[in-house]
Every structure is written in C-alpha cells, then in structure tokens.
Ligand binder design. Structure first.
Ligand code: COA
Ligand code: AMP
Length: 625
C-alpha cells in the first residue's frame, strides 16, 4: 500500500484500521471497543488486557526469535560491548522483575529510574512493565532538585539508579544528586537500588541496596496482564511553568501504535536492526530504543557516547556498518555536530553503508541545509518527522514501509494515520494552505497518545484541550503547504529546544529569580548554529544590588546548572535596565526573542560580544509596549 492508500484506509474507517493493527499484538483478553471518548483525548482498546513486556520480549523469546539479538549495546565511554538475545533479555528482565516483586513492588506502583545509557536501564523499564509497575525515567542531565520534583509528583515506591554516567571528559556522579533529591523530596521511596559501575563506584548509604544484591537469588516472574488503559509509564516533560508535566502513557494504544510505526514509518520488520541515537530519558528513547523495536521483534542498538569526539565524527557511520543498521533515528543537532567536524564527509565515505536505508530526524526543527548535507553524504533518504512526548510517536512524517513519498526539505512530511492535523488562527478558524497558525489535532487523538497528565487532569485540559475546543493544541506553530506537507516552525509557548532537548524557559527563570540581587528576569531561546537554540537570560537587578552585573550573571549560570542540570546549557545572559512589558505588566517574551534572533544577532558565536550585548540592551530600552 502507498501512503495515500494507507491514509485512505484510515480515513475511511479509523476503528477498522486500528483494529487491524491491533491484531499484531497478543492480547490476554480481547478489548470491547477500539476507542471511546470516556477520556477527552480518547481511550484505546478499553476492556482489553495485555502485557507490554510480554509483547516486547516473551512472545519473541518463546518463538523462533529466541536466539536472535534483541539488544546490542556498545559504549564508546567504557568499551563495553554486549549482545542480548530475546531469551537473554527475558532472563534479565524476569529476574529483576522478581526482585522488584520480592521488595513489595507490584501493579500500579511507580518506580523512578535515574540511570545512564546502559542495558540495565532497559531491563529496569521492561521489568516494571512486566509486573504492571509504572516506570518514570529521569534523564541523567537533570540535577538533584529536578529529580526531587519528579519524586514528589510520582511518589515512587522504588528508585533504580547507578553510581555514574559518563560524558566525554566528565564523570556524572548520580549518587550525590540522588542524595540531594532525597533530602529535598517530601516523599521517600522505601527501595533504593544502585548499580555500581566500575568507572566510578559510589559509597552506598542508608537504605541503598547494591543492584546485584537486590537481584541475587530472585525468582524470575511472569508477565502480569494489565488493562489496556493502565499506565505503562510516566515521562516528565517541560511546559510553560517550571513544574514538569508527567505525561501518562497507556499500554494497549501504545503497543499497537508503536508496532504499526515500526513497519509503516521506519520500514523495520522483525529481524532488522534499528538504532535510535537518543537517550532513554527522552520519549525517543522510550519509544524507539526500547519499546518500538522490541515490539516489532527487531534488534535495537543502544549506544553510550556522542556523535563527535568519541573518538571522532565517524563513530555513527562505523557503528551503522558494524551492526548492519537498516534505519537510524537521531536529532538534527547530532548531524550538525558531525558536519561541523567532517563537512567533506570523509568519515562517511570510509564506511560501507550498504545495509543502511533511511535516516530519520526529529526532536527539533531541521534546517534544510543539514538534511540535504546528510542526504548527499549518506546517499539515502533523510526523513524529518515531527512528534512530542505527549504523542509518543510521529504525528507527521513519511512512510518508509509504504515506499517513501518525495521528501521536502524544511517540512516534516505529511500527517500519519490517527492524526487529523489542522492549522488554526487565533480565533480558532482554519487558515488557507500556506498560512501560518497554531498546529492542532482533532480529537480523539491517535492510539499511543498521552492519556493525560499524572495528578493534573485539569492542567491537561487547560494546557491542551481548552484553547481550541474539539482539538488538541500541540504548542507548535507552522503551516501546511498546498501539497499537504506540514512545516513546523516554532513553539507558541515558553518551551525551547536545545540540542533536541525540550526545556522550559519558565523553569530557568524560576531559578534565576532566586538570586538575591535579581529583581526580575526573562529567558528566551536564541538561535544556535549547533544546538538549534540555546537559552539566553535578561536580568534586571534590584536597586542597591551589591554584586557586579557580571558576577550576578556568573552566579545565575552556576545556579541553573546546579538546580536544573547541565542539560539546560545556560551560558549567556545580559543585565538590562528594564524588560519590555505590556501595559498590564506582562513581560513581552516574543519581543525579547525577536530582538536576540534578529539579523544582527543570529550568529551565536557573537551573542556574548560586548558590542552585540550593547545593541541588545539598546533595543530593549527602545522596545515599545
Ligand atoms: N547525563 C549527564 N549530563 C549530560 C547528559 C546525560 N545523559 N547529556 C548531556 N549532558 C550534559 C553534557 O555533558 C553537557 O555538559 P557540559 O555543560 O559539562 O558540557 C550539557 O549536558 C549539555 O549537553 P548537550 O546540549 O547535549 O551538549 P554537548 O556539547 O554535550 O553535546 C551534541 C552536543 C550535539 C553532541 C549532543 O547534544 C548530541 O549528541 N545531541 C543529539 C541529540 C539527542 O540525542 N537528542 C535527544 C532527543 S532525539
Ligand atoms: P519532545 O516532547 O521533547 O519530543 O519535544 C517535542 C517538541 O520538539 C515539539 O513540540 C516541537 O516543538 C519540537 N520538534 C520535535 N520534532 C520536530 C521536528 N521534526 N521539527 C520541528 N520541531 C520539532
């Protein structure tokens, strides 16, 4: 079937379409309805029971794929290389699941996972799924206070962690951050398990248990059937305010949607090798390092390392060759980083990529130049596609499994089944093709989309469903061109994307505002040639502030790193006399964004140049309400 035929089948009868996709999943008991509107965004496969771990692991381990590699791991940081067959994966996962059960953790209990990119993190996620516990993975680049916020919201019974993560030139010691998180958090998980990594073991204290002691002699346990709409995981993501949102993912809709996406969008069948070069702390890692490829019976490749400098800008291509990877998924930032070091593509030319068929990009806007450079070097289609933590898989993209339609650089392809995408003006009216507006999706959402926000139903409705009744507001703005391609251009809220990492400017502002010399502040994204965007701060000092402006900026930068974490990549700010505001006193963030991203300031290397900073200050002083 072509893309148009797949879309026609879905449009013609969405329920029949998804019921056909649901046949790829092993249900413990059949569902009653494909979708109902008991939840505003839709509830999928209600009445059915299944187990996601069973579908991702056991059914392959029980069949002809038992000895096929399920997970291949390689670390550029330690040299560790491992291959786990589906049978091996089941052994590890069911034993860890048994240990969790033994420690009193079961269906519905939350488990926080704060771990680096190692196979044990995947075992942990799947072990939770196996026993019906709800995992919440926190990205390693977040610091202790961010972990504390998530602990207090999710109230996990257990925390699984490791002694360290490894960044080029830097060891990330998790234990002190975890200890700080637990000092701050009101909720105290009873079970705390730490995996000691050779690179930097830590001292276990208080309630900490060593990972191997925790799993020793544990009886492997079977998969527990859960309801289709029971939560599989919570994943916190950034919103407009500093408080992260716990996106809830269900089991049934998720399993069906991801299985469909592996074949249709990525062109991956059982036995193929797929690599999502992301991190398990992000939704891309959840969907396409862990669940998607395993649900499909494929081999997932997991990499601890960076696209450049570990050891060089050829590492991605050598790994694609070595592991016979058929399709890869990464963020445009990774490609820009590689290009910066190897514009001529010498490393690409040195690799034999005959098994490689498609490169997929997402996570941030991809500039056409980057996409075209990758196409020229790799000589395969490079597909930009668009989605969000909330949706769990692509809203718009292309279909490698149905024969790709022509890629249009600068666009994120066309809508996928499940997603009726419209562009609305501020009055909520659909705009003509080519005109810009808010990107929205008609309700109900496709399977796999979030079932809501943890502990925050009203926030869910207010953030996503109330602005345009009958629609889900994506928070992105853009247009659909005359040929039906979607162009995602910017956010409509205070979220920025830094190296493909989603951050809330509000969260950074909250930290900066705690400095005793800061009267008020604003943070906006400034264009960056490598990371797409980086945060830039505007700070007004209190009258009579004791510290020098440069010292205040330095303190704020340090404090953001300490409280939010290094992932914030907050390195630049300016002290200004005032912030532009509306007559009612609201800071005009869009004016600030325009000022720093105007033609004069678009070269990021110069954002800290005193002359540019002077110009920014003058532009702000002259900004009209
Ligand atoms: N644990 C701890 N710290 C982390 C981390 C993790 N898992 N991931 C990133 N960090 C740290 C980095 O070490 C860096 O710290 P530093 O300030 O001490 O240098 C900081 O957070 C900022 O990270 P990043 O913005 O990623 O910059 P970088 O210079 O380390 O790497 C790239 C730049 C382009 C190589 C990197 O961003 C990359 O590979 N991006 C690919 C995009 C991607 O994976 N996106 C995920 C969604 S698809
Ligand atoms: P996250 O929830 O972290 O995956 O971030 C989702 C946000 O990243 C989206 O709402 C967009 O703002 C942005 N994004 C993701 N993919 C793309 C893309 N292909 N093009 C433009 N923006 C994207």
């Amino acid at each position: 079937m072509t893309y148009d035929e797949v879309m026609a089948a879905w449009r013609d009868n969405p329920e029949r379409f998804w019921a056909a996709q649901a046949e790829a999943i092993d249900w413990h008991t059949p569902y009653d309805h494909v979708v109902d509107l008991e939840r505003p965004a839709g509830r999928w496969f209600a009445g059915g029971t299944l187990n996601t771990c069973y579908n991702a692991v056991d059914r392959h381990a029980d069949g002809p794929r038992a000895t096929q590699p399920a997970l291949v791991f390689e670390s550029a940081m330690t040299g560790r290389e491992e291959t786990y067959s589906y049978a091996d994966l089941r052994e590890h996962v069911s034993t860890l699941a048994g240990a969790l059960n033994r420690a009193g953790i079961g269906r519905g209990d939350r488990v926080l996972i704060y771990m680096p990119m190692i196979p044990e993190a995947v075992f942990a996620m799947l072990a939770c799924a196996r026993i019906g516990a709800v995992h919440s993975v926190v990205f390693g680049g977040f610091a202790g206070p961010e972990v504390a916020t998530r602990i207090d919201d999710a109230e996990p019974k257990a925390i699984l962690s490791a002694s360290c993560g490894l960044e080029p030139g830097r060891t990330v010691h998790y234990k002190p951050m975890l200890d700080e998180a637990l000092r701050i958090a009101k909720h105290q998980p009873a079970v705390r398990v730490v995996l000691q990594r050779e690179a930097a073991p830590c001292e276990l204290t208080g309630a900490d248990t060593d990972w191997h002691a925790f799993t020793r002699d544990a009886e492997p346990v079977d998969c527990v059937p859960v309801r289709s709409d029971d939560p599989l995981y919570l994943l916190y993501t950034s919103g407009t305010t500093g408080a992260p949102k716990g996106v809830v993912r269900d089991n049934g809709g998720h399993a069906v949607a991801l299985t469909f996406s592996m074949a249709a969008i990525y062109g991956i069948e059982a036995g193929d090798v797929f690599w999502a070069a992301s991190d398990i702390g992000w939704v891309v890692g959840h969907s396409y390092i862990v669940y998607g490829p395993l649900l499909a019976g494929a081999t997932t490749f997991m990499f601890e390392g960076k696209p450049v400098g570990t050891p060089d800008a050829g590492v991605f291509w050598r790994l694609i060759e070595k592991h016979r990877i058929k399709a890869m998924f990464t963020a445009p930032t990774a490609i820009r980083a590689i290009r910066r070091e190897d514009d001529a593509g010498e490393h690409v030319a040195a690799a034999s990529l005959e098994h490689f068929q498609t490169l997929f990009l997402a996570g941030e806007r991809c500039d056409p130049e980057t996409l075209q450079w990758a196409e020229r070097q790799l000589k395969v289609p490079v597909v930009d596609h668009w989605w969000q933590t909330e949706t769990g898989w692509a809203i718009a993209g292309n279909m490698a499994g149905a024969g790709l339609f022509p890629v249009r650089p600068g666009s994120t392809g066309k809508p996928m089944p499940g997603w009726s995408v419209d562009i609305l003006d501020t009055d909520g009216n659909a705009v003509p093709a080519g005109d810009s507006g808010a990107i929205v999706c008609r309700l109900p959402l496709g399977p796999g989309a979030t079932a809501g926000l943890w502990n925050a139903n009203e926030r869910f409705i207010e953030t996503y469903l109330s602005r345009y009744p009958g629609y889900y507001q994506t928070g992105d703005a853009g247009h659909i061109d005359e040929d039906g391609y979607l162009h995602v251009m910017s956010r409509t809220d205070d979220v920025i994307n830094v190296a493909g990492h989603r951050l809330s400017t509000g969260a950074l502002e909250e930290v900066i505002a705690t400095h005793p010399d800061v009267a008020e502040c604003a943070v906006t994204g400034v264009n960056d040639a490598l990371k797409g965007q980086v945060p830039f701060g505007f700070i007004c000092l209190r009258s009579g502030a004791s510290a020098e402006p440069t010292a205040v900026i330095a303190d704020c930068i340090k404090q953001v790193r300490r409280v939010v974490g290094p992932v914030a990549a907050f390195r630049s700010a300016i002290v200004v006399q005032r912030l532009p505001k509306t007559r009612s006193g609201k800071i005009l963030r869009s004016t600030l964004a325009k000022i720093v991203n105007g033609d004069t300031f678009s070269v990021p290397a110069t954002i800290d140049d005193p002359a540019i900073l002077d110009e920014i200050a003058t532009a702000i002083a002259n900004a009209k309400p």
